[in-house]
Write a protein of this length. Structure first.
Length: 164
């Protein structure tokens, strides 16, 4: 299945916040400290999305997105899809779009972090050519401010090649 990846718009922010909230809780809530789960409210996701808009891509009908992907500097920062889009190739399409955007900006090696216990995500990224790197403490952004929560995560990396 082919997915049309597009820039997100303001009309996408509320439904994307819901997708992000629901998918984050499904994938992470059982594996992170309760203090972080308590910070990850729908309002938290909604408040952080506008800041990501310049680097936020999605797919699906306007105002009815099925997933999101955010890059920042040399990082593939966020990748989440709605349950209805799982198994359709959307996650891979969003990831490939992120890799292409990173490479186009001159990044030669991209990185991402994943919750260590999230074996499903780690397997997905490995299938897509990402490799395990070091484990590190990451300062996460919350509505309480940038870098206000520290979490021990798995870093994964991937060499990127710019298009000729």
């Amino acid at each position: 299945m082919t997915h049309a990846i597009r820039e997100a718009t303001g009309a996408d922010l509320d439904p994307l916040a819901q997708v992000w909230h629901d998918a984050w809780h499904e994938a992470h809530a059982a594996h992170v400290p309760q203090e972080l789960v308590d910070l990850r409210t729908l309002a938290d996701f909604r408040a952080r999305l506008p800041l990501m808009l310049p680097d936020l891509r999605t797919a699906g009908a306007p105002s009815a997105p099925l997933g999101l992907c955010v890059i920042r500097d040399d990082e593939m920062q966020q990748l989440f899809v709605a349950p209805a889009a799982r198994g359709t190739g959307l996650a891979a399409a969003l990831l490939h779009d992120a890799e292409a955007r990173l490479a186009a900006s001159g990044v030669t090696e991209a990185w991402l972090d994943v919750v260590i216990e999230n074996a499903r995500a780690i397997r997905f990224y490995q299938r897509e050519g990402w490799r395990l790197g070091r484990r590190a403490d990451m300062a996460l952004d919350t509505t309480e401010g940038p870098g206000t929560f520290t979490l021990h995560v798995q870093i994964m990396t991937k060499p990127l090649h710019s298009a000729p």
